[in-house]
Design a protein. Structure first.
Length: 329
């Protein structure tokens, strides 16, 4: 219900969008936009924040704009969002899909681009849902061992994904969330901006044995991942995909401070999958749990609709900034 309320009734904050793109070395192109506000505190200008959104979110999502606005008001004047491939009306330029594992080029090249633009600044990653899992995947890789990266603030992060999580086909959560996610994903897969893009896409799908009629008939995200993601990536199936994207299998490799905010009633990223030993064994991981909040919503006020995340994420970012500067932990 929180997801419905926030999606339906949250108002767009007064944030400006500077449209930018990032050309990837594999030939891909993604929207790498920047958020600004007309007036606001700029007490600090030593960090750049890269938002890595959830699968359904883009630059123009109200939840993303609200988060960016809260970070800008908190004194982080350089806030960017690294969108997924084939989003924000950017055509598919290469035979790649956005995943929560092995997307080092996508995120690492975004980091390299920021380093080139702001060579003296530190970088903080803020991820949600699939973006949070992608960020854990990146921070567990050798490519993230850069002095420029301070750490990350993540929320609504699936921890140990199982077929049961995405094989939902009934109930209110299915109709308010899973079905919309499924429809949006299929629409993104089928969208093309030119005959050339359509031809490249169709040839690629044919090469990998993807049957679009089967993909279109998917009733759950599990079926979509079984029939689309697995063939494209050479995996044995959805279960193999879940094994690879689950942060529980790679969190021990994270060498940068990461704060993870998750609600105990998150119906997409179940809190029960988090286990204390994983956090005690790696001092770089901090888990902040809330009693309620649902998935990526955390509504704390109805008139007007606001989210607890828009307070918690900037606070965590501020703590990371102080920690990086040598403050008390």
């Amino acid at each position: 219900m929180q997801f419905f309320i926030r999606t339906k009734y949250e108002k767009r904050p007064p944030v400006n969008i500077v449209k930018k793109t990032l050309s990837l070395t594999d030939g891909g192109l993604v929207a790498f936009d920047q958020f600004t506000i007309d007036k606001g505190p700029c007490d600090y200008d030593d960090h750049v924040i890269i938002i890595v959104p959830g699968l359904r979110e883009t630059t123009h999502s109200t939840k993303i704009m609200a988060l960016a606005y809260s970070l800008l008001k908190k004194g982080f004047p350089n806030v960017h969002i690294l969108n997924y491939r084939s989003s924000c009306s950017i055509p598919m330029m290469s035979k790649k899909v956005s995943l929560a594992f092995g997307e080092y080029n996508h995120l690492n090249e975004g980091v390299e681009s920021i380093e080139a633009q702001f060579p003296d600044k530190k970088i903080m990653l803020v991820g949600a849902c699939l973006g949070a899992m992608s960020t854990i995947d990146y921070l567990s890789s050798e490519q993230s061992n850069r002095s420029s990266i301070v750490g990350g603030v993540l929320h609504s992060c699936g921890w140990e994904i199982t077929p049961k999580d995405n094989n939902v086909s009934s109930g209110i959560n299915y109709h308010l969330f899973h079905k919309k996610l499924l429809d949006d994903t299929i629409h993104r897969i089928e969208r093309y901006s030119s005959d050339e893009e359509k031809q490249m896409r169709d040839e690629w799908f044919a090469e990998k044995g993807v049957d679009m009629d089967v993909v279109r008939s998917s009733r759950t995200m599990w079926e979509l991942e079984e029939n689309f993601i697995a063939p494209l990536t050479g995996l044995s199936g959805a279960a193999d995909y879940y094994e690879r994207i689950s942060p529980v299998n790679k969190c021990h490799k994270v060498k940068k401070p990461v704060v993870i905010i998750n609600s105990r009633d998150d119906f997409v990223a179940p809190f029960s999958r988090y286990r204390l030993p994983e956090f005690t064994k790696n001092p770089n991981l901090v888990l902040w749990s809330t009693a309620a909040g649902g998935h990526v919503c955390f509504v704390d006020q109805l008139f007007p609709v606001t989210s607890y995340l828009d307070k918690a994420v900037p606070e965590c970012a501020t703590l990371l900034r102080e920690f990086a500067a040598g403050g008390d932990d």
